[in-house]
Design a protein. Structure first.
Length: 211
């Protein structure tokens, strides 16, 4: 297969995600104003701006250390629930990829799975709790299933993008069972989850840069 992912491509993914978060910052914060504390966009934008700055400082590094750096930066600059959760996602991907100079599509799928598992270990969210899990889990499933079915990485990531967007949209009617939004009970129904919305950006950025 000619689907290897270079560290440069993975870095482009992180930078593209940072750009999309900056672009959507106010929208993410508005979504969080409805069912949280109106900081998801500013939180994540601060974290991803710091992550890009850290990459600019880092110089040449392997895929694993690069993603680990992003995760550490997110943990230390983003407060609240999403800092540790996004931080763990990147840290686990970094650990899963280790020192490989060039990452196969299957390995990328496994790294995404490890990241998802880390989010679950950390936040204990399950399907339909109305969290970032509801966009991330279907996206990771779609990547791995697509690759197993023989799709190119680009095609598998396109499916993942659609799956993340569908998962994001499906959070609107859900009743929140994790995080701040859960304090609202029934009043959380009818609002799109901010974390699922930012995860859809992360997956869209992957489809834009890694295919
Ligand atoms: P905070 O809720 O601390 O203000 P953010 O506003 O940055 O943090 O992020 C809120 C998002 O975090 C939610 O929309 C949800 O997707 C996600 N989230 C919250 N708690 C959990 C959890 N336990 N597991 C997974 N995701 C969670
Ligand atoms: Mg918040």
């Amino acid at each position: 297969m000619n689907d290897d992912v270079t560290t440069a491509a993975l870095e482009a993914w992180v930078r593209r995600f940072a750009a999309l978060v900056a672009q959507e910052r106010d929208h993410l914060t508005e979504l969080d104003a409805a069912i949280g504390d109106a900081d998801h966009g500013t939180n994540l934008d601060r974290g991803m701006t710091a992550a890009v700055a850290a990459l600019n400082e880092l110089g040449p590094a392997g895929a694993g250390p690069m993603l680990t750096k992003v995760g550490m930066t997110l943990v230390s600059t983003v407060g609240g629930a999403s800092g540790p959760l996004y931080g763990t996602l990147f840290l686990r991907m970094g650990t899963a990829l280790g020192d490989t100079p060039s990452v196969t599509a299957d390995r990328l799928g496994e790294a995404l799975r490890a990241g998802l598992d880390g989010v679950v270990a950390r936040g204990k969210a399950q399907a339909e709790d109305k969290t970032m899990y509801d966009a991330l889990a279907p996206a990771v499933d779609a990547v791995q299933r697509g690759l197993k079915d023989g799709l190119s990485l680009g095609a598998a990531l396109d499916r993942a993008r659609a799956a993340a967007e569908a998962g994001r949209d499906a959070t609107t009617p859900m009743l929140a069972r994790k995080g701040r939004a859960s304090y609202l009970g029934e009043r959380s129904v009818g609002h799109q989850d901010p974390g699922a919305t930012s995860v859809a950006l992360l997956v869209a950025a992957a489809a834009d840069t890694l295919g």
